[in-house]
Design a protein around this ligand. Structure first.
Ligand code: SAJ
Length: 416
């Protein structure tokens, strides 16, 4: 096998799998993308994309046109298998505990098992609880005892190599970060990590750091937990400052003038599929010790409710208040509404009956029928209360004259 030109199967063609598959294909590898979503498979095979990410359409088109990228519902034999499927959490008994759900990884492993041959490399990219890479080894050992003769999943030499290379890319900047970011690779053994490093080197310009699989799994969880804890600090400050009549944005700006202080920005809560999820994997693994990590999650999860109560209090002075919500996405300049605190607040506002709610989301143009969306100009004209939920670029240029008569609730510091 020429390690520079491989046949690669990428399981899961979402925000991580599709850019990775396309990148590998444009570097000359023969890539088969596998997904359970037939519509996504057909879209990709026609050179188009089913998700929104800057420039991904160009990359996918060029990968498909080159003949190096195909999509399918079923796997095939390959040199390397990359798993990039979701790892959500499920709520435990009584709703009290959030437990990682690795069933998509287990299913993906079972799906590729029949195609594995001696010398293959299996790479887990999905953010995963500690021990998941070892679990992949166990499943392969159970399903393919013919391969376990050379001890799959032990520290010794394996017939199938298995490594974890957690994705680290930021939605909205995925292609740039895929190339530039440093990577951590944790192997079940040294050869697995080295084999994975050789593959990632074909497109990654960042440093590649090798370790064991458990450390790599924990490193990814810790990166996102660190961000969550820091955002929770900012969110807590925003609530304290509100009580004390202090402008939190000015406060943070001033505190950050200290050479060793770097406070993040408060917002309406923490959204997305990673930062609001991954810390729970650490809490589930060490519930008695992960006190700060759990508390940060609770602070961030409680922020949307705090915002709603703020609106309720301000709306009390109006007879029939019109509440204009600016932004629904989970962060600025993207169209992703999933796990968005802004969406949760809008939904709860509508349910609460506090007033008439007018939502504006300039990045969403079609396929949204949960409630009506309004143009920015209409919202600015009609709203009594303007609630900034996302600091989209479109909102930065709003004429301040139009805000004069309105009650402003700015969760993002747009008008700081
Ligand atoms: N947020 C704030 N204040 C801030 C920064 C973010 O309220 O100062 C909010 C955002 O508005 C958003 C949420 O946090 O609702 C998450 O946004 P984000 O930009 O911090 O992160 P994600 O979820 O888009 O991507 C993260 C990244 N992780 C880190 O920065 C440590 C990315 O590198 C990971 O690859 C990604 O999670 C992932 O897939 O795990």
């Amino acid at each position: 096998m020429n390690k520079n030109r491989q046949k690669i199967v990428v399981v899961g063609l979402g925000y991580i799998g599709l850019p990775t598959a396309s990148m590998l294909a444009t570097k000359g590898h023969q890539v088969l993308g596998v997904d359970v979503n037939e519509a996504a498979v057909n879209t990709i095979n026609s050179g188009k994309i089913h998700i929104v990410e800057p420039d991904l359409d160009i990359l996918v088109r060029s990968a498909v046109n080159s003949g190096n990228l195909r999509a399918s519902l079923v796997s095939e034999q390959a040199d390397t298998f990359i798993l990039a499927v979701p790892t959500p959490f499920k709520t435990g008994a009584g709703g009290a505990q959030k437990i990682p759900d690795i069933s998509y990884i287990e299913t993906a492993t079972r799906d590729i098992a029949p195609y594995l041959v001696e010398g293959n490399l299996v790479i887990l990219e999905s953010t995963s609880p500690v021990g998941t890479t070892e679990r992949i080894g166990q499943i392969i050992a159970e399903l393919r005892p013919d391969l376990t003769s050379s001890r799959v999943s032990t520290q010794n030499s394996t017939s199938v190599h298995i490594a974890h290379c957690p994705e680290r890319v930021l939605p909205g900047h995925i292609l740039r970060e895929l190339v530039d970011n440093d990577r951590i690779i944790g192997g079940l053994d040294k050869i697995s990590a080295e084999r994975a490093r050789d593959l990632y080197k074909t497109f990654c310009n960042g440093g590649i750091y090798l370790t064991d699989s458990r450390t790599a799994e924990m490193a990814k969880l810790v990166e996102n937990s660190s961000r969550d804890v820091n955002i929770a600090f900012a969110n807590e400050l925003s609530m304290i400052c509100d009580k004390l009549g202090i402008n939190v944005w000015e406060l943070i700006g001033l505190a950050n003038k200290h050479p060793r202080v770097n406070i993040l920005q408060p917002g309406p809560g923490v959204g997305g599929h990673c930062i609001a999820v991954d810390p729970w994997f650490i809490v589930a693994a060490a519930p008695d010790d992960a006190r700060l990590i759990r508390m940060a999650r609770e602070v961030n999860d409680a922020k949307p409710h705090w915002v709603l109560e703020k609106v309720r209090a301000k709306a009390a002075r109006f007879k029939n208040p019109v509440i204009g919500c600016l932004g629904l996405a989970f962060k600025a300049n993207i169209d992703d509404l999933r796990e968005s605190p802004a969406m949760a607040i809008s939904r709860d506002l509508i349910k609460s009956g506090i007033g008439r709610v007018m939502n504006c989301e300039p990045n969403v143009h079609a396929d949204f029928d949960e409630f009506p969306l309004y143009e920015l100009a209409e919202v600015l004209k009609e709203a009594d209360i303007l609630l900034v939920l996302v600091d989209h670029e479109e909102f930065h240029g709003i004429d301040r004259e139009l805000l004069k008569e309105k009650v402003l609730i700015d969760t993002r510091g747009l008008w700081r």
